[in-house]
Write a protein that binds this ligand. Sequence first.
Ligand code: NAP
Length: 287
Amino acid sequence: MSAQVIDGKAIAARVRADVAGDVERFTAENGGARPGLATILVGDDPASAMYVGGKQKACKEVGMEGFNYPLAGDVPREEVVELIERLNDDPAVSGILCQLPVPPHLDGVELTSLIDASKDVDGLTPVSAGLLALGRDGLRPCTPSGVIELLAAAGAGLEGAEAVVIGRSNLFGKPMAQLLLGANATVTTCHSRTRDLAEVSRRADVLIAAVGRAQMVKADWVKPGATVIDVGMNRADGRLVGDVDFAAVKEVARAITPVPGGVGPMTIAFLLRNTLKAARWQRAGGR
Ligand code: NAP
C-alpha cells in the first residue's frame, strides 16, 4: 500500500495561522508594539538574498515587524559585531538572524555566538545548543522543530521508537537527534563514516535523511511501515529532489514527506514561532 504523503505546506500554513493569531493578541496586550525580526545579510549571494526575502515577507504576513540589514560582501568584522550588539540592545528587535553562510573573511559560528540567546531565533548559538542538550527551555533550531511537528501531524509515535538521523550537521542533524531524544526515541545518528548505512537505516521506525545527496535512500533501506522524513534539497535535471528515492520508498513506508512541499515550508513557520516566543520572553523581562 502506498504511504501517506505528509503535506508540509498545509501543516506549515496552520502553524503560520496560529502564530498570526498569537501575534495579534500579543500586539494588543503590548500597547501596539509588535514582535520584530532583524535579519543580517552579508554580500549578494542570490540564494541567501532569496531566503532572507522570504523570511521578511513571512514576518509581514503574520503581523510582525521586519528589519533587514544588508551589508557589503567585504564588510569589516567589527561592523557586523557592532550591528549585532546594537540589535541585542534594541527593544524593538525580538529576534536576530545572521544568514549563513557568510563570506570567507568572516566566521559565521563566531558571529552567531554574539547574538543574545534570548533573541537567537535560529537556535544556533552555543547557549541555545547547550540548553537543548540539557533539556532546558530555549529557542530550538527551526528545521528540526518543524520535523517534530510533521511527525506529530503524521501520527508517528516517538516514545520508545527507533529513530535514525542520517547527517550530523550543527544546523540540522545534531539538534534533530537531541529533539528526538527529548521525545524519548532511541536515536542513532549516521554520517559519512557510518558502516553499512542501509543496515542501520532499516532498523528505523522513523528515518530522517539530511545529507544533500539526491535520492540516496533507497526502498530496501526502509523498514516496511516506517515514517520517512526527507530534509534534503538537491538540484537534479533542473528540478528539486530530496535525499530519498520518493517513488520507490513511498511503496514501503507508512508515511513520507515529499520534496518540495514537505520539510521546506516548516523552517520559516518555526522561525516565526521562535520570534514570537522571544518577544514574549522579552516582555516578561528575560528568559
Ligand atoms: P551538511 O552540513 O553538508 O551535512 C551533511 C551530513 O551528511 C554530514 O553529517 C555528512 O557526514 C553526511 N553525509 C554526507 N555524505 C554522506 C554519505 N554518503 N553517507 C552518510 N552520510 C553522509 O548539510 P546540512 O546543512 O545538514 O543539510 C543537509 C541537506 O538538508 C541539504 O540538502 C540541505 O539543503 C538540506 N536542508 C534543508 C533545510 C530545509 O529547510 N528544508 C534545512 C537545512 C538543510 P560528515 O559529517 O561525516 O561529513
